[in-house]
Design a protein around this ligand. Sequence first.
Ligand code: SF4
Length: 442
Amino acid sequence: MAFVHALIDKLLESPAVSVTEAGEQLLAALSAGQLGRDAFLNDPLALVGPPYFASRYLAQVTLRTVKGEYETLEEVVASLSALIERNPPILEPKRQATADRVVLPEAKVLDLRYPVKVDGGVWESSIDALVTSGPFRDSEVRIRIRSDQNRTACFLVPHLWIHSAIAAYNLAPLGEGDFAACAETFFVLEPMRQVNATSIARSLHCTRPQLDQLRRGKGDVTIHTLKGQLVHSLFDRMLEGASNMESAYREVLPGFLVALASVTDEFFDEEAFRADVLRHTGSLEEFIERNPHLLEHSQLELKRYSATIGIQGRIDAVFRAGNRIDILELKTGARIRPEDHAQLFIYRLLLSDLVRRWQRNDGQDVEVTSRLLSSVDGSFAPLRVTTDFYQVLDARNKLIAMQYAVGRNAPHIAPRHEGFNEQICGSCPSWTRNRCKEMSDV
Ligand code: SF4
């Protein structure tokens, strides 16, 4: 890839160059000055064939640059830099490639075939990609996906876009450069990007609420969310051994005053707010009194991320005692919702590689318990699994696709449920349906 380095250096050495001029420089470098701009625009594949033999990816980047489809030179350089090897993401131990299953740690999409119906009501789609990392690096591959083998992967294809980065796991080899998706195959779209577990948990059923939030800008700040954050801070203090919540409240409050001032008016009852927060901490203190061992067990690092599946999250409390791990997720809302269980499931997923490492090192099984703790009354609910790994990853990929689409003038996918749809929305609570209906264009 020294050639790509040289191309990038050349572009960076001439900073005043425009995107289209950079395109002409690329074309000249790739064709040794033999292929003119007009001839290339008439037949872009000429650069891929003899005598130039440029890779399809480089030819596509050159075409987009010559046409001025990139907004800045940095975007052109970023597209070229994708060809330079990075450290591939670390595979979780149970997901190591086996002899008959292949992993492509990173590849750039060159072409997409959207799902089409074939015999027997089965749908087929495919992805052509240039592998940029791992043992198949620099080769062009085709991945064929059938809905009867892997429906989720088959219908993910329309969410990808040309030159998006993907990681593909558990592919079945068919022939040279030819792979098929099987039931265990999963894709990670833009694997270097991390998506928050909370956003994914909220999007498992529908990405619409997250899309609305994205369009509005930063997440909503309300008195309720601030109260929740305060209770979380005080819970952290409690686990560190603080016993006087009144004085802990006084210490923590100044950090929230600016945010509180932005969402309150002169009718804000500060005393009632304080009493409400302390009511929650009172319930939590009772919970800890009933479970004093929690203060003795070592706490694990709370911020977790997975480089394999591009998901991150901060767990409220994780305790380890011997070969037992206890995950505790604090909820301050009036009731525990299905998405809270989904969030806990994702945290468990994020801890799974750590757990497997321990199991391998210690040679003994690790028991994991996970609970949602309500600060309203100090009650807790064990994890109710309502989702699975593939659904979580699918929601994550679709959020990435949606974020990409929102930033484009001509989005590659229509934001989901742009028009209210009774059939799909029937399972949402009425207040959600009303809100979505009001915010839809219909
Ligand atoms: S009401 Fe419909 S659009 Fe709104 S969140 Fe539910 S499924 Fe999505």
